[in-house]
Every structure is written in C-alpha cells, then in structure tokens.
Design a protein around this ligand. Sequence first.
Ligand SMILES: O=C([C@H](O)CO)[C@H](O)[C@H](O)COP(=O)(O)O
Length: 211
Amino acid sequence: MKLQLALDLVDIQGAIDMVNEVGQENIDVVEIGTPVVINEGLHAVKAIKEAFPNLTVLADLKIMDAAGYEVNQASAAGADIITILGASEDESIKGAVAEAKKDGKEILVDMIAVKDLAARAKEVDEFGVDYICVHTGYDLQAVGKNSFEDLKTIKAAVKNAKTAIAGGIKLDTLKEAVEQHPDLIIVGGGITTVDNKQEVAKAMKAMINEG
Ligand SMILES: O=C([C@H](O)CO)[C@H](O)[C@H](O)COP(=O)(O)O
C-alpha cells in the first residue's frame, strides 16, 4: 500500500512548499490535482517533478477524450501516472494505455460518477490499465458520501489492475481504507488542511505500512 498526497488548491510554488512541509519521506506519490492543472497547466507537473525527482508524480488530468495526445503531453512534462475517467469511451482508455506504455508510464482510471461500478470496473480491467480508483469527489463529499463501500465493490471485481481509493479520507477514517488493502490511498485535505501536516502524514504512512 502506498500513500499519495493530492495537491488541489495551491499554485506551483504552493505545491512545492506543501511537499516540503509534509516531508517527501512521508509520502510515496505526489498528485498535481485537476484544479492545479486547470490553473497552471502542465508546467505544474514539470515543476514538481524537477523539485522532487525521487517522488512518483501523478497528473490528475481526468482525461475524457483525445486520450493518447493528452497522456503524451503529461508524460513529456514528467508525469509518472496519468488519470483518465472510467466514464470515458473504451477507445479513449485503450488509447491512453497504449500511449503510456510507450514511455513506461502508468494509467489510473478514476471511477468518479460511474453508476454501475462492478460492471465498468470489470470492463476497464481488461484494457491493461494500471490502477482502478474509486473516488468520491468534493461535490459528493459535501453531501456526506465516501468511497469505502465502493472499494469493496471494485476489490471483488478487479482481477488485474491495482486498486486505489480517494475522496475525503482523514486520519480518523483511514483505517476503513487500510483494512481493505488497496494498493494506493489518496489523501488531499486530510493532510493539507490540518495544522501539523507532517505529523499527520507520518501517522498515516505508519498506519499504511503496518496495514
Ligand atoms: O481528485 C480530487 C478532486 O476531484 C479535486 O480535484 C482530489 O484530489 C481527491 O478527492 C483527493 O482529495 P481529498 O478529497 O481532499 O482527499
């Protein structure tokens, strides 16, 4: 199990400062979140990879179309993992995988807003993707939803890909994810909004390592 720090509500310098404050030794993957890519472009991915060459960098593009091209651009900027939506066309997901493989990069499929999770996870799992991720986005977190039951659903459906979970995970709810042993646990606000970010990230990493 690995810990991914999601950086969403920062600019480029804020992202670098946040990783330094959290401590790169306390995380495995750093995510340049969708709002950062929208605001700053792929320069943010390039800047974070240059600042932290030893960290795995995920570009949360949430690709929906033009998948091969967008994966190619994110990969050139230094992304190690690129995200595409599970709701996108099969051809888009296959194209993303083909492009990523050329450069030895990985594809994470974000299942946000997918209604039949088990069925779509089984389909996507056949396309050679690296991760399938359940995700409760900000807008559903705001009405009290989470992804812990959804993780059970994809764990039962997925045979090939690694599994991941994201969406509102905090130190006091992390256990619910750890108990199910996904390959990747993604945490944004649960680290970035607390006072002692380093202490919380360290505690989360310890819980994940022990899990
Ligand atoms: O992908 C995300 C969201 O859609 C905004 O871009 C977040 O990175 C993801 O939800 C993790 O962040 P938290 O929910 O704050 O843990």
